[in-house]
Write a protein that binds this ligand. Structure first.
Ligand code: HGY
Ligand code: MN
Ligand code: MN
Length: 422
């Protein structure tokens, strides 16, 4: 048990947190200062080896499950479900150094702060990183945390194939992270994830931190268009069945759809491949992805229906065949009101300005919310940039976020129930 005063006076060590962020960013480092640690690649393994090494150096016991999730445990004075924090350390191909990594390394910084102070919490503390949160190499996103809470059968996750043709199970074996810890994993007393906002709101409003209310709905679809290869010069336009044109037209439709719908609707065509992808050949095949998101489930369904209808229309008009495959589909998630308010009140008590807001990106917290009271702390993102080597958050904001996470974790570990705002 840690007394109120001892608790309140604890602060993390900013320099140590920055050092770990910098060292992890060297794993899968890009020439432009970003990170490329796509899930289950050698670079991901390097990051995993570094972080689990830190976990053990901090005296934590580390368990790895069969999808590669890592949970490090620090005993409490009582045997009880742990208070867990964490996030992910895999990145997109053009990743920055904070997305996911901040939540895991701030957790380790909290452990080291408690170790330095010689303090033992009442409840055990757990720091986790979940596999393949990004889903960029292998869909769905949040794969590891979804398996962790029993939302995706392990066999299905193991059988998933990456965009470069590798099975998850084989990649886990290859990097040595197919562990034997039980799935579903240990259900925490509560889970709190510190993460960069990855959007422009906090910075634009000059607000220091975010108390995240939930996560918007996500719909990922892979669209395959089969047309007919033909000569770019000799084929009259009326003879064409041009898969490349259909892909481009669909991407323009997605943009028009978001403009018509307005509100929170967003849509992205992020990946397009053409076959044979040559300057003088009408494309016979196109494969592209559509990422639709909305905070409102009904509106997200409406957007999906509009897309399906449009694909049908252009397939008939161009005389091509279109098939679709759902890569990911998650409904919007609301976090536990008590945890949201605990984050907000803790931020204020530490002198930060704070506001409640929903998350535009997917997060492991949205999966842990299926199993236990969950919340998130956001730090501002400079110019709202993320999934980009230019992703940046000021050290003082990183420190403020980590100190709020520290105090929230300690409050949750030292109290019987999740505190309710007076
Ligand atoms: O796609 C997402 O929202 C997250 O980065 N996985
Ligand atoms: Mn993330
Ligand atoms: Mn991300």
């Amino acid at each position: 048990m840690i007394g109120e005063n001892a608790r309140r006076s604890l602060r993390i060590n900013q320099a140590r947190l920055l050092r770990r962020l910098d060292e992890l960013a060297q794993r899968g480092a890009r020439d432009d200062g970003g990170c490329n640690r796509l899930a289950f690649t050698d670079a991901d393994k390097e990051g995993r080896d570094l972080v689990t090494g830190w976990m053990r150096e901090l005296g934590m016991s580390v368990s790895i499950d069969a999808i590669g999730n890592a949970v490090a445990m620090r005993p409490g004075s009582e045997e009880a479900p742990p208070v867990m924090c964490g996030s992910h350390i895999d990145t997109v191909r053009t990743g920055g150094r904070y997305d996911g990594n901040l939540g895991v390394l701030a957790g380790l910084e909290i452990i080291e702060t408690l170790n330095d102070a010689g303090l033992t919490t009442r409840r055990p503390l757990a720091v986790a990183f979940f596999s393949n949160e990004e889903g960029a190499r292998i869909a769905p996103d949040m794969m590891g945390s979804l398996v962790y809470v029993g939302g995706l059968p392990l066999e299905e996750a193991h059988a998933a194939v990456s965009i470069d043709g590798k099975r998850v199970a084989d990649e886990l074996d290859r990097i040595g992270y197919r562990g034997d810890a039980p799935i579903p994993g240990v259900i925490p007393h509560a889970f709190v994830e510190l993460h960069i906002e990855q959007g422009p709101i906090l910075e634009a409003e000059g607000i220091g931190l975010g108390a995240v209310t939930g996560v918007q709905g996500i719909s990922w679809t892979e669209v395959t268009v089969r047309g007919q290869a033909n000569h770019a010069g000799t084929t009259p336009m009326s003879y064409r069945h041009d898969a490349g044109y259909v892909a481009a037209e669909a991407a323009a439709f997605v943009r028009r759809l978001t403009q018509e719908m307005g509100g929170a609707q967003v849509g992205t065509v992020g990946a397009i491949t053409l076959d044979p992808n040559l300057v003088n050949v009408v494309a016979r095949k196109a494969v592209f992805t559509v990422d639709l998101r909305n905070t409102d489930e009904k509106l997200l369904q409406a957007a999906e229906a509009r897309l399906a209808e449009h694909l049908d229309t252009i397939a008939k008009a161009e005389g091509v065949e279109i098939t679709t495959r759902k890569l990911a589909r998650f409904e919007p998630v609301e976090f536990d009101r008590r945890v949201i308010e605990l984050v907000e009140d803790t931020a204020k008590s530490l002198g930060s300005t704070v506001r409640q807001l929903p998350a535009g990106a997917g997060h492991d917290a949205q999966m842990l919310a299926r199993a236990c009271p969950t919340g998130m702390v956001f730090t501002p993102s400079v110019k709202g940039i993320s999934h980009n080597p230019k992703e940046h958050t000021d050290p003082s904001d990183l420190e403020a976020g980590a100190n709020v996470l520290l105090q929230v974790i300690l409050t949750l570990s030292e109290t019987d129930d999740i505190p309710v705002r007076a």
